[in-house]
Design a protein around this ligand. Structure first.
Ligand code: PLP
Length: 392
């Protein structure tokens, strides 16, 4: 039997960008010692106290079908957190709890777009974006954030592709670049979204990982509350990637419809996971800071080391990644990443895995212990030197 064109074409026909990651996993499975600087997964596990809360909730009987838009307590906690961080009045009616940010991204595009509508997203992008959009039946339209603009999207470039579009997906702090969008960038995007009647889908799953400057949610800009769907998650902020707990914050009417969509898709999030998430949020900023701290430190130390070694690093203010510009080697990001893995057993993601705008770049995830990370970065810098000399 033939499957639908929609799921057959999910990855657009080409590589899904995860070749290096798969190869590294195969090498590891074969017993080789590979340093993996690929995916955004913490090198620490979920806090024992959060697991205790999860266990207590499950043992207490919260194992049946759970409240579908989310439990009132968790929705209230998310709403309080968003209101505190942004100053925008937010209640539980603005919150839908989802199985992770990924499910939230899919649902948000279902809410914003009809099949065949154009949905804009910024390239370089988190690897699932185009497939997520295609999965909803919308047409995924990339807009490049150019390297020479420090990967800040230009509203004029977005406007040039906005004809007939219904939504625009942005992500700050950004994966893969680590770039935090400036106030000017976000204001320009908000103005454009208003003029072109676009839903703005703002992926803020790295909102606790801002190392320079402040996080600004576009929902707090004038007039944006009614057209913004914010994607949130405890994956990165609380090292809870495997718990699959996220949310959408948006206008009440959209959230009502999205709850209806949840009934017909995910059927919500297990009650004991929601209770663990509530416990995690109740620990406040202190826990978020502790989980973010290693990335803040590594972001600074790895940048310093690479600059000292003369490897160009894309200036960035957040997230658990750094992006390196290796164009001077004459190699593509992909070719460089394969050499680094084959010759030195270090896995990093090629910029090409995240679209076309970051070609000739590498994304390094800061997700292994400091010493091992710095030694891997030194090896990478050695290869960079060797290749640039050969290219000169
Ligand atoms: N959005 C971005 C930008 C991400 O980097 C990720 C995961 O890496 C997600 C969404 C998905 O996060 P979650 O684990 O909450 O589904």
């Amino acid at each position: 039997m033939k499957v639908s064109k929609r799921i057959e074409g999910l990855t657009g026909g080409g590589s899904d960008g995860w070749d290096i990651w798969r190869k590294a996993r195969e090498m590891k499975a074969a017993g080789l010692d590979v340093i993996e600087l690929t995916i955004g997964e913490h090198d620490r596990r979920t806090e024992p106290a959060i697991l205790d809360a999860m266990h207590a909730s499950a043992r207490g009987g919260h194992t049946g079908y759970a409240a579908l838009p989310g439990t009132n307590e968790l929705r209230d906690a998310v709403a309080r957190r968003v209101a505190r961080r942004t100053g925008v009045k937010t209640t539980r009616d603005n919150v839908l709890v989802t199985p992770g940010g990924q499910a939230a991204l899919f649902a948000a595009h279902c809410a914003a777009c009809d099949p065949g509508d154009s949905a804009l997203y910024i390239d370089p992008y988190y690897a699932t974006y185009p497939g997520t959009i295609r999965g909803t039946g919308a047409v995924a339209v990339p807009v490049q954030a150019r390297a020479e603009r420090g990967f800040q999207p230009d509203p004029a470039d977005i406007a040039a592709r906005a004809e007939g579009a219904r939504s625009l997906l942005i992500n700050s702090p950004n994966n893969p670049t680590g770039v935090v969008y400036t106030h000017e960038t976000l204001t320009g995007i908000a103005t454009l979204a208003t003029e072109r009647e676009l839903w703005l889908i703002s992926d803020e799953v790295y909102d606790t990982q801002v190392w320079e400057g402040d996080h600004l949610s576009p929902r707090q800009l004038p007039g944006m509350e009614t057209r913004t769907l914010v994607i949130g998650s405890l994956s990165k902020s609380h090292a809870m990637t495997g718990s699959r707990l996220g949310w959408i914050v948006g206008p009440e009417e959209a959230i009502d419809h999205l709850a209806n969509l949840s009934t017909h898709t995910t059927y919500g999030v297990p009650g004991f996971i929601q209770d663990a998430g509530l416990f995690a949020l109740e620990q406040g900023q202190g826990l978020e800071d502790r989980i973010g701290e290693p990335f803040r430190r590594r972001h600074r130390d790895v940048q310093d080391r690479l600059r000292f070694r003369g490897v160009p690093v894309v200036p960035s203010g957040g997230a658990m990644y750094l992006m390196l510009d290796i164009r001077a080697t004459g190699l593509s990001g992909e070719a460089f990443a394969h050499r680094l893995l084959d010759e030195h057993r270090i896995a990093v993601m090629p910029g090409e895995s995240f679209g076309t705008a970051a070609a000739g770049h590498l994304r390094v995830a800061l997700t292994v212990a400091d010493e091992r990370l710095l030694s891997a970065v030194d090896t990478l810098a050695d290869l960079y030197d060797q290749l640039t000399e050969a290219a000169a």
